[in-house]
Design a protein around this ligand. Sequence first.
Ligand code: ASP
Length: 468
Amino acid sequence: MKVAKFGGTSLANAEQIKKVGDIIRADHHRRLIVVSAPGKRHKDDNKVTDLLISYAERFLENKEAEKEKQAIYIRYQEIVNELGLSEEVWQRVEADLEEVLANKQGLSTERFIDAVKAAGEDTCAKVVAHYLRSLGEEAAYVNPKEAGMLVTDEASNAHVLPGAYEKLAALRERKGITVFPGFFGYSAAGELVTFSRGGSDITGSILAAAVKADVYENFTDVDSVYVVNPNLIPQPKEVKEITYREMRELSYSGFGVFHEEALIPAYEADIPVCIKNTNNPAAPGTMIVAERPYATNRVSGIASDSGFCSIYVSKYLMNKEIGFGRKLLQILEEEGLSYEHTPSGIDNISVILRERDLTADKEQRIVERIQKELLAEDIAVQHSLALVMIVGEGMRQSVGTTARATTALAAAKINLEMINQGSSEVSMMFGVKAEEADRAVIALYQEFFGDSEDAEAKPAEQESSIMV
Ligand code: ASP
């Protein structure tokens, strides 16, 4: 059994949904289908989820929201019509949408927003099920509550609860094709809660783990994952195979292809994930697996993400002061901040945070407390940082990657604000000024992947490999 998830661009209009239908029908193992809400049809278009969010926000502010509502209805109506579905189907779809959009019925603001957002996937799943039936397939929509998608009660940021898997496993026994809306589940109290944005990937992964699928296929709009952002390097190399850990690191640092939380369920259940292209299903795509051969390409990708800042703290003999790190992190915890990294030296430590979380007043309070409570000698907050990452399991088994990376960055005259190697040795991270991040990524790409085979061949020829 295969679980196949289709993203927003794969469902953006009737033409795309027809491709989805062809893909499902081409392989009878594709029996559990997860859908996103219709995404952008072209660069300047709106995703249905964004339309739903603007609608909900305007509705809650008691502002005129008819324009947003109509835009949503028109999207679905066009799809229903162009798929050749009946007027009766449209009326049912419209009535279901209306029930969610027009009824706040005692829901809190957060719950209303989640319910409206989820209507994007929910409506899409119903339409896709109708469409498959119109083609003569045995297909049915399933509601996540009835199926047992049990999640935590964190609005717009739900996480699956362990109890969900057992109940969802029964989906395996259903006859025909089951169409499951992505992006949301229900709390133990029966309230609808959505995952974070892009969360239909998470739904697919949970279902693949629950039904012990042979593979979790994630259909998107690119032939594969690329070793670097294709907006920076035209036609970069494709990644054929990548491990869960590598993909996790790359998703964290800006690879938008797959939601960073989506790998965990598949990884834990050892289900391979295959990223494929709805517009070119014959392409093999990228396989995400537990192990890959590392000998030929130790580096599997280069990514960068901006929006970070660092708090640098120094104090003589910090290394001997028991509890210094805990107290420092506790100050952040008390301000409700989670930290990303903590590179440290003997007498100094930097804490890297997401910039959006560190408001000006929090920053002031934190700096004052570090001064007063930890008697730090020097504190400096640096804003507008980007983290550039080289990711590859093969780095663990070879020497010289850092040297090559820093040499390439030095040649490109990029000043490194920080270097951090993850303890797992799967990734190496460079903190640079945000405006230098793109140049840094290009320099690293040229070093590790430039000139076709040469760059990858280089390590094997020039450097000895050690096993750790
Ligand atoms: N439609 C939702 C979003 O745009 C979830 C998803 O597509 O995965 O965030």
